[in-house]
Design a protein around this ligand. Sequence first.
Ligand code: CO
Length: 398
Amino acid sequence: MSDKGKVSEVLIPIPVGRPEACDRRRFIAGASAVLAAVALSSRQAAAQDIQKVTEAQHGQSASDPGPENELLRQASPDSLLPPPTDQGEVPSFWNSFSVQHRRVQPGGWSRQVTVADFPVSKDIAGVNMRLTAGGIRELHWHDAGEWAVMLTGAVAPDGCEFLLVFDDGKFSEGNTTLISDWARHTPREVLAKNWGVPESALDGVYSVPAEGHYIFQQPVPPPLAEDQAAAAGWKGASAVAFSFPMHQMPPTFRTKSGEVRIIDSQNFPVSTPIAAAHVIVKPGGMRELHWHQNAEEWQYYIKGQGRMTVFFNGGKARTADFAAGDLGLVPRTFGHYIENTGSTYLVFLEIFKANRYMDLTLSEWMRNTPPELIMEHLRINQETLDAIPKNKAVIVPV
Ligand code: CO
């Protein structure tokens, strides 16, 4: 077989999520005056569209005499009057623990957001849980990997509240393997034989609720050292560290506008399924425009108020507002920023089903590309380009 007449091609593999540029020389050679004129008029039309939307939003066209859920409306100003740059149909990337069913039992409560509640979130399911002092989330296990962060003091006299993150959007708290559920659904004579005890000793097992305890109240446990000794058994304590003192670590990035701590398998080796960033944005600050190459981003808002625009490519973008208790989701490689829109610190978690935290910022992309190329694409001048941060800022203004 001959290669004669075959068009020669060179394939350049580009890793997922990495920026690329077409051949500029070829592009310029192929451009004509006619094309340039068409481009100019469509640019003017686009500018007029933004102007028209803005005018409509501030006139009679935006009047709203019908029924409204006032609380939701006030919480979503960027849905009511979207930035005129928002456009197109995109899936909802906002959710909130505050609108989920709370399963309350003696000893505490839980509520969850799974892919059933939040279809855009496929990698991660989240559970928010509280246990009163002495409250117990029953002994259990499950298929999904679990990552947790304490939200209120572990040693507070009134108990604690925490966030659980699972590396599977389909995970459900209602479907874990509970020790009492399993024992109760095993024939009495089998359980007696398994443990080598008389059947009469098992009355208690068959008196637990039909679906197991799940959460139940007990006295406050003994000092931690006693529990640790019991758990170590005759094999001794595990050499693997399952906890990480996040607030004791210095920020991974810090600017005058905020700070970021990154926790992944690099500094918390057991956390192979989940990578996380804890982000603090001061009033007026913003998590700069960026994207993530390796996983979708699941967000949990801890404090403050903010807004995020997710750019869905192909002319589609939407802005949503977030407050404490809310969840956000950014599909893998989609551009976004998070801006503090309140007067207090904005604090949130970025969670990824990945063993490493990865991101690329718009400024990094621009400052590692030939400058004239960027100026031609974005129609900005040298002075403007020179003012853009050369290095990853993460939180702006720097
Ligand atoms: Co992000």
